[in-house]
Design a protein around this ligand. Structure first.
Ligand code: SF4
Length: 121
């Protein structure tokens, strides 16, 4: 994806903004590799958390926040590249800039919050 201000608009190569935020300050969908990495991380977290689902009301509330967000782009988030209809329905997921939070703790938080067994003497 290239925006109209991209200095490489007429060139065939990919947008430099996908590779370095220092090159371009425009908002972009992450590159394909970054999107795949983001999605894989979300799936791993979701499965590790036991595949928790948001309620319909929670999902709709999240999607309403996204719909009013400048990073919203035709059902996807420009920051993480995720399809929001899916991401908003996974209770363990959260907005990358904190506009909506996980409904259930992420697996790493669960481990940190787990009670520590007292050492046996
Ligand atoms: S996930 Fe967060 S940053 Fe992305 S579109 Fe939704 S509210 Fe905006």
């Amino acid at each position: 994806m290239k925006c109209s201000t991209c200095p490489l608009l007429t060139e065939g190569r990919s947008c430099p903004g996908e590779q370095s935020k220092f090159v371009c300050s425009q908002s972009h969908q992450p590159g394909l590799i970054a999107q795949l990495r983001s999605f894989a991380t979300a799936v791993v977290h979701h499965v590790a958390a036991g595949r928790p689902q948001a309620s319909q009301a929670q999902r709709e509330a999240r999607l309403a926040v996204c719909a009013a967000c400048p990073e919203y782009d035709e059902g996807r988030c420009r920051l993480c590249g995720c399809f929001l209809a899916t991401k908003a329905g996974w209770a363990d997921q959260e907005c990358p800039v904190g506009k909506w939070m996980a409904i259930v703790p992420m697996p790493a938080e669960r481990l940190r919050e787990a009670p520590v067994e007292p050492a046996l003497a």
